[in-house]
Design a binder for this molecule. Structure first.
Ligand code: GCU
Length: 429
């Protein structure tokens, strides 16, 4: 039975919530002995209290029910009618990166209109692929030109968060930002292992600031003067939707095996990758890198970043309803182990970093562990024990997990683990 009880009650947290003090006003808790009493909702009991006994009942009844709960209470609902997206192959460079990769630049027209919102996909494949290749799809934080120092990658012209030190000035990318995230994107390694890598700037889909949902694709799908509903999509849901549009393109590319696409993301984009994998089962494998609160980490533990804090600092990320759960995590009808369960039976990998306490590594691990009963129900192995593996020792069944030494980041260690996991489940080129 997937129920956890923690008997250590935090008097401080209880009295804080009783007094309705703003979530933002208190220091984050990092002390395991101070977690409030919590009980995880059981993914294998329906809303009507019925036990889920077989794969069919999971598939037809409980999975759709949980997906709806996440749409309604956490991420918001994507609009229904979106058949219009079209693509343009802008450029193919057969000998990119000194001949190590084949590069494609593809423009995605979200509404099918040339003057509507667009997303630029940058795709690297092994040179002369001998057949359709498996591929990692991951959004980036700083523009496609930030993932490699190569001067021929077009500089992004989208809105950027200002960061002089990294080369973003007046909300625009400058040449100084070229390659500033290259360390996180080992393209040469990935293509040498027989995989493709596709990326796009997340701000092409929706700029990451609280703009009242006036920009990006929100605006394109919201009729003028239309009031937002409490379950309308927040930015994470929009970014995840953008990943699905990238997948629409990948389905048309004969050099890519669209049945072997892994969706990956770091941090807020790790939350996004998980939600993309939940909403869109075309993603064959899902990877969350240091996704933390609202991603892989259990909300009810309130370690590091909390629901109240994330809603306060990033009010545009989740749907309006999620704000009801500030300091009321126990009232959520879901917790994040149920998000991971939505990936089943597909392989899912959760990665943490030892010094990333803000993202609650233990909560990320427990979430992956408590998705186990759904994998077992569907005949797949999951994490074998409720104890975290040692630092820098990845654990891989159909559910994978590692806690790496070091900080909140994406490192070569992380990528090597994802490649090994993908080799196991997607089988390389
Ligand atoms: C902040 C935020 C996290 C998020 C991270 C990131 O730290 O609190 O929830 O994951 O930014 O996306 O880098």
């Amino acid at each position: 039975m997937n129920v956890v009880r923690v008997f250590v009650v935090s008097i401080a947290l209880i009295s804080l919530s009783g007094a309705c003090i703003q979530a933002f006003d208190f220091e984050p808790n990092y002390d395991e002995s101070q977690i409030p009493l919590y009980e995880l909702p059981d993914p294998l009991v329906t809303g009507a209290g019925q036990k889920v006994v077989d794969a069919r009942q999971w598939r037809e009844q409980r999975r759709p029910e949980i997906l709806e709960l996440f749409r309604t209470h956490v991420y918001g609902r994507r609009p229904a009618s979106l058949e219009a997206t079209s693509f343009e192959l802008i450029r193919v460079t057969p000998d990119a990166l000194g001949g190590k990769a084949l590069r494609k630049e593809v423009r995605v027209y979200f509404t099918g209109e040339k003057d509507g919102p667009t997303m630029d996909l940058l795709i690297h494949l092994p040179p002369q692929p001998i057949g359709p290749v498996p591929l990692f799809l991951a959004l980036n934080f700083g523009g496609n030109h930030s993932i490699h120092a190569d001067a021929t990658i077009p500089l992004s012209t989208s809105w950027m968060r200002d960061n002089q030190a990294k080369g973003y000035v007046d909300h625009r990318a400058t040449e100084a930002s070229r390659g500033n995230a290259a360390r996180r994107w080992p393209i040469e390694l990935i293509v040498s292992r027989g995989y493709g890598l596709a990326t796009a700037y997340y701000g092409d889909i929706d700029p990451d600031f609280d703009d009242g949902f006036q920009n990006g694709v929100h605006a394109a799908f919201q009729a003028a003067g239309q009031q937002r509903k409490p379950d309308d999509w927040g930015s994470i849901a929009t970014w995840a939707w953008g990943l699905s549009r990238a997948m629409d393109y990948l389905e048309t590319d004969e050099q890519v095996d669209h049945r072997r696409v892994a969706v990956m993301g770091h941090s807020r984009l790790g939350k996004t990758a998980l939600w993309a994998g939940a909403e869109d089962e075309r993603f064959a494998l899902v990877i969350s890198n240091d996704s933390g609160c609202g991603g892989a980490a259990l909300s009810r533990r309130r370690i590091g970043e909390t629901v109240g804090r994330i809603n306060e600092v990033f009010p545009h990320w989740f749907c309006g309803n999620f704000k009801q759960y500030n300091l009321q995590e126990n009232k959520l009808p879901v917790d994040q182990h149920m998000l991971l369960a939505l990936m089943a039976p597909r392989p899912v990998y959760v990665a943490s970093a030892a010094e990333d306490r803000w993202a609650d590594p233990q909560g990320e691990f427990l979430s992956a562990y408590h998705a186990g009963p759904i994998y077992h129900l569907l005949g797949k192995p999951a994490l074998p024990e409720s104890k975290m593996p040692e630092i820098d020792h990845p654990m891989m069944t159909t559910v994978g997990y590692h806690i790496r030494s070091g900080k909140h980041d994406v490192t070569e260690f992380d990528w090597r683990a994802y490649l090994a996991f993908a080799d196991k489940h997607l089988g390389g080129q």
